[in-house]
Design a protein around this ligand. Structure first.
Ligand code: PBG
Length: 323
């Protein structure tokens, strides 16, 4: 009989571990944090059990816990007290994100702090840019984004991560950073960001639901693959240092394509809806949380991700550390 005995390599745990092709490390994870104004605030986001709005006086404790788990990088989001038409608290030197970043750098200088660079949490209309006659203006928005990035770099951000999907955002931010002397601050571009329903819980968390319309004129159509390649191509040409695909789970094919094409570190954003679905099922006892989370994280790495932004980072770190 002539057939292949694939099961030879699955015979025991040690044999399986010998031939395992993909590994998860705590250093792969980037943990998102949401900061708010006020004091002694630790408020759970209702649609994201285990994810909190934190005030800055509780920052130190949180950051120390993250460090003690071995997590090396975080991405910072802010929910400002005041919003206006052009999102001015996004680039205020005294804004919530800027304050959070500088405090984190004080208490944990070796933690890599990534700043999400967008306007939607800071505009009263919830869109990611300047609005005129119901439209999001591209080039006018770029100026504000560059300003936001520079203020975040001044606060001490180690990486700028623009997520707003205007055309030319990498070029505009690179120029802004360079002119301000931050030529060594890298850009982690949300290069391929789909107009996804999986962001629903995040918009609860960040209070950033658009007040009219949707984001389909700037975020991508989930049906498109070639468009993802064009988006990535232009961000690489504009000087991106990292590429990101978002969401992760429904877009593993896109992760693989970018990994095969571009020699840049690739990031998967395991988004809020992907988190909440698993949490809900786990709370109901319908799935085994630990094994399902580790399986989905490894599938993102197998698809080509080098790094994963995930709300499961702390849980996954605990599970990996216990092995
Ligand atoms: C800001 C931003 C969003 C997310 C990250 N940055 C929301 C959006 O585009 O609506 C979503 C993250 C998540 O769902 O976990 N533009």
């Amino acid at each position: 009989m002539n057939f292949q005995r694939h099961r030879r390599l699955r015979k025991s745990a040690s044999m399986r571990s010998l031939v395992r092709e993909t590994h998860l490390h705590v250093s792969d994870f980037i943990y998102p944090l949401f900061f708010v104004e006020g004091e002694n605030v630790k408020k759970e986001v209702p649609s994201m059990p285990g994810v909190y709005h934190l005030s800055l006086d509780l920052l130190q404790e949180e950051v120390k816990e993250i460090e003690s788990l071995g997590i090396q990088s975080i991405i910072v989001f802010g929910v400002p007290a005041e919003k206006d038409e052009c999102g001015s608290s996004a680039y205020d030197h005294n804004g919530i994100v800027q304050k959070a970043i500088s405090q984190i750098k004080e208490v944990a200088p070796s933690l890599t702090v990534i700043a999400d660079t967008c306007l939607c949490q800071f505009t009263d209309h919830g869109h990611c840019g300047v609005i005129e006659n119901g439209e999001v203006l591209n080039d006018e928005t770029l100026t504000l984004l560059a300003k936001t990035a520079v203020s975040q770099a001044k606060a001490g951000a180690d990486i700028i991560a623009p997520s707003n999907m205007m055309d030319g955002f990498v070029a505009a931010i690179r120029q802004g950073l360079d002119e301000a002397g931050f030529y060594d601050v890298p850009i982690m571009s949300y290069a391929v960001k789909y107009a996804s329903s999986f962001y629903g819980p995040f918009r609860d968390a960040a209070h950033s639901t658009p007040q009219f319309g949707d984001r389909k004129t700037y975020q991508m159509d989930p049906a498109n693959r070639l468009e993802a390649l064009r988006e990535a191509e232009s961000d690489v040409a504009e000087g991106a240092d990292f590429l990101m695909v978002k969401p992760a789970l429904s877009y593993l094919d896109i992760l693989r394509e970018l990994k095969d094409r571009y020699p840049l570190p690739l990031v998967a954003y395991n988004v809020s809806g992907e988190y909440s679905m698993i949490k809900a099922a786990a709370i109901n006892g319908w799935v085994d949380e630990k094994s399902i989370v580790l399986e989905k994280l490894i599938s993102m790495k197998r698809a080509g991700a080098d790094l994963i932004i995930t709300y499961f980072a702390k849980d996954a770190a605990r599970w990996l550390n216990e092995k």
